[in-house]
Each structure stands twice: as C-alpha cells, then as structure tokens.
Design a protein around this ligand. Structure first.
Ligand code: PLP
Length: 451
C-alpha cells in the first residue's frame, strides 16, 4: 500500500476526529461567515506526484479554499430556493459516505429497502401513493417524469420510444402555464425539444395556469399530449388548480406531470395544504429534497404511477445485472446505474424530526416570508410585485441587480434578481431551518440600506 495511504489508515480515528473538529468549527462560524463570497481566481496547483496525507490536505483546504466558501447553508441566504442541512441530515450524509453502499440492485444489502422505506414515508408526507426513486434533484426528477410521459405517448401509438427512438414519436405538444426552466432543459435532454412547449395563458396577475385556456389548448391539440402542472412557481409561489387540471383528464388524453419541487411541502402545513389538493392525481410528481427538507445536495425524488413505463426507459439489462422483475431494482428506474444511498440523509431527517418537525420548518419559513414582506412593503423605494403566498417575497426596486449586488457585498444576506411579467425584480426565498425573526430583521435592514 502507498505509505501515506497506509499511514492515514493507521491513524483513521484521529484523522476523522480532526475532520469532525473542522466541521464543528465551520458550523459554529456559519452565522458569522459572509452569506455570499465573490469567487476569487485561484492559482491552480498542478496534480501532485506525491500526496501529503489527509491531515496536511485538510490544513491546505482550510487555508486555500474554505475562506472562499459562502454561508449558503446559513439562515440569511435567500437566493434561488436554497435549503440548509439539519443535524440529522448531516449525520446521514456522513454515514452515506462511510458505508458507501451502491443502491443499484437489492441483492447484497438492505440499503435498497431503506430507500424504499424513505420514498414511502415521503409519499405519506405529500399524500402520494405513487412508486418513487431518489434522483439528484428536481431537474432530474422532471427529466425522469417527462421520460415516462414520452414513453406513455409511445404506448398510445403502440411503439416503445425507448426502443424506436424519438423519431417514432411525431409531433409532441407539452402544455404548461409557468413552467420552471428545468422543464425546458428536460425536454431538450429527452429529444422532445424545448420548442414543443406551448405556454398556456395564466390567470390575470398570476402565475397559475388559466384552466379554461388549458382546456381550449387541449381541445385544439391533435392526439395525446403532456401537461406540466406547477405547484409552487419560483417567483411568486403560485399554484395551478391541480384538482381542476386533473378533472380535464375526463375530457382529454394527456399525461399529467406536476412539478412540486418545493411547493409540495405546503402539504405539511394544515394552513397551506389546500394549495396542493389534487397533487396525488398526477401521473408523475417532482419533489426536491435539498430545498425544503433541508438535506444536503444533491437529493430529489420522482414519483410515478407507471413504474412499468419507467423500466421501459431506464432498464439496464445485462447478464450480470439480471432482468428487471416485478419489483425492479433502482438500476432499472433511474438515469444512474451505480448510485449512492442518497436516501440516508432524508431517512435520518424524517426519523429525527418527523412530520411535526418538518411542518415547523415550513411554517416558520412562511412566517419569515410574511415578516419580510411586511417590512419591505413599508419602504418608500420598494414595491411588492405579488402578495406573499408562501415562502418567497417578490419585490422591485429602482435597479434590482445593483441592489442584489450591494446586499451580497454587505455579507449580510443574499437575494437573487428575477423578471416577473416583464418587470425586473428581486426574490427572497425562505427554506432554511435556521432562519429566525432576528435574521429576517437583518435581511430587511440590508435590503433597505442597499436601496
Ligand atoms: C428548484 C426547482 C427545480 C430544479 O431543481 P434543482 O434541484 O435545481 O434541479 C425545478 N422546479 C422547480 C419548481 C424548482 O423550484
């Protein structure tokens, strides 16, 4: 064995303890760390011929790289929709690497059963009876859901698109009101094409689809189609009427894919669960976990009613892997073949904090968004672009990009620019378990000082 590696092995308990101490220091300093850090260009070190061992590597990381890391896991990072990592989720993540299970097939470990249990518990949280699997995030969840939709369109024509290729599909129509950008990316990846997405008008002043307009669009669409319903848009957290869209299935032939990346978490709160009524009617559902479940990147889950079509797309049949059975291994269900036990941080979080703990995170974040909305609405240079519907405040100022930059430069908070209905604005999205009322006050002060 390479002597330095042998040395690390001999000292493993000590080295892990030093690493643990580094993590403890980093987490204790999270609140004081600048929320955003301008990336610096580093002199690139060449690939070393000889290594320096773990202890010296940790010291080098701490010196060269750690100062450039942002406080994005902390309470005042409100860019995009960014979760942090609860203690249990972090422990689960450490142990994922520790046990290093390959959850492709079920034959040599209970890790697959743990992923099934985690998916089932998540299904209970969101009121879904679908089959599901872990993927790297909502983008991949949308890719998988729409891949199944594509296979379903083939089934309607009596052909497997996975076998025959997208050339056999003919023209596809995908209808959606205010889809997330990742839906376009998914359509590009799948060979359906970004241009096949037909935007359906939304309700006046809203991001929720106009269901009458959707019915009209379906009436003029030839053959079966795909509808992407949105449960929680990123700008204003608006929700399509999922019950009404599901009812359209009685009149029209379409696959219903619902993107509930973070909006699905409304189901956890009795105050907001009505927003996702009908979520369970979808043929496939996308939920992100590294946002509002507060597990580390990268984790999302995809749910579907048709695991058989999913296997038709993702099966990886080889003599040494075995053919997919009634209860197919994950190797036959997801884009990856070998895959980490991504479910373990989520299993830890769900076990440690339960439904009540996660409901509390959701409700505190929603309260925080309302608190910030009220503080900003009282400022003469700030104008809310939409009512605070859930966990995002969308507002405008004279020069949004300049204000975002100034807020980031203050190190106090991080918010991201957007455009709503042609109006440039700013979003502040709450999904971190650590955020307190005091943090919201600090964020408001930073934003107002930048205006
Ligand atoms: C964040 C988000 C996505 C994409 O999620 P990733 O985790 O970045 O892949 C898709 N849809 C919605 C509604 C989102 O909020």
């Amino acid at each position: 064995m390479y002597p330095i590696l042998a040395d690390d092995l001999a000292n493993l308990p000590d080295l892990l303890d030093v690493t643990r101490q580094a993590a403890v220091r980093a987490l204790a300093g999270l609140n004081a760390r600048p929320v955003a850090v301008a990336p610096t260009v580093q002199h690139e070190d060449k690939m070393p011929e000889d290594g320096i061992g773990l202890r010296a590597t940790l010291a080098e990381f701490t010196r060269r790289w750690e100062p450039g890391f942002s406080g994005s896991a902390g309470p005042r990072y409100l860019g995009f929709v960014t979760g942090g990592t609860t203690p249990a989720a972090l422990a689960g993540d450490w142990l994922t690497g520790t046990f290093d299970q390959n959850v492709g097939s079920a034959k040599d470990s209970s890790a697959t059963a743990l992923e099934h249990e985690t998916v089932a518990r998540l299904g209970e949280l969101f009121g879904l009876r679908h089959a599901g699997a872990f993927v790297t995030g909502a983008t991949m969840s949308n890719v998988v859901g729409l891949a199944i939709a594509r296979e379903w369109l083939g089934e309607r024509k009596g052909v497997s698109i996975a076998d025959a290729g997208v050339g056999a599909l003919g023209d596809v129509t995908v209808l959606s009101g205010a889809p997330h950008s990742s839906v376009f990316k998914a359509l590009a990846i799948l060979g359906i094409g970004r241009d096949r997405l037909r935007l359906v008008p939304t309700l006046p002043g809203r991001e929720a689809v106009d269901v009458t307009a959707l019915a009209d669009a379906l009436a003029t669409t030839k053959g079966p189609s795909i509808v992407v319903a949105n449960a929680g848009t990123v700008n204003t957290v608006d929700f399509d009427d999922l019950v009404a869209i599901a009812e359209l299935k009685n009149r029209f032939d379409f696959w219903l894919h619902t993107d509930g990346a973070f909006g699905a978490f409304a189901a956890l709160s009795p105050r907001h669960a009505h927003l996702v009524a009908g979520l369970g009617e979808a043929d496939s559902v996308c939920v992100d976990l590294h946002k509002w479940l507060n597990v580390p990147y990268d984790a999302g889950v995809q749910f579907t009613r048709r695991p058989d079509l999913q296997v038709a797309v993702f099966r990886n049949a080889a003599a040494y892997l075995g053919m997919p059975t009634e209860n197919p291994d994950f190797v036959h269900l997801t884009p990856e073949s070998s895959r980490r036990l991504r479910a373990l941080p989520a299993w830890f979080a769900l076990t440690a904090y339960g439904r009540a703990g996660h409901r509390d995170i959701v409700e505190r974040n929603v309260d925080a968004a309302h608190q910030l909305g009220e503080l900003l609405a009282g400022h003469s240079k700030i104008c809310l672009l939409a009512p605070v519907r859930l966990n995002v405040v969308c507002f405008t100022v004279a020069d949004p990009q300049r204000v975002c930059d100034a807020v980031a430069a203050s190190g106090e908070a991080f918010v991201t620019p957007t455009v709503l209905d042609g109006v440039p604005g700013i979003r502040a999205a709450f999904s971190n378990w650590r955020t307190t009322e005091a943090d919201v006050a600090r964020v408001a002060t930073a934003i107002m000082a930048a205006c």
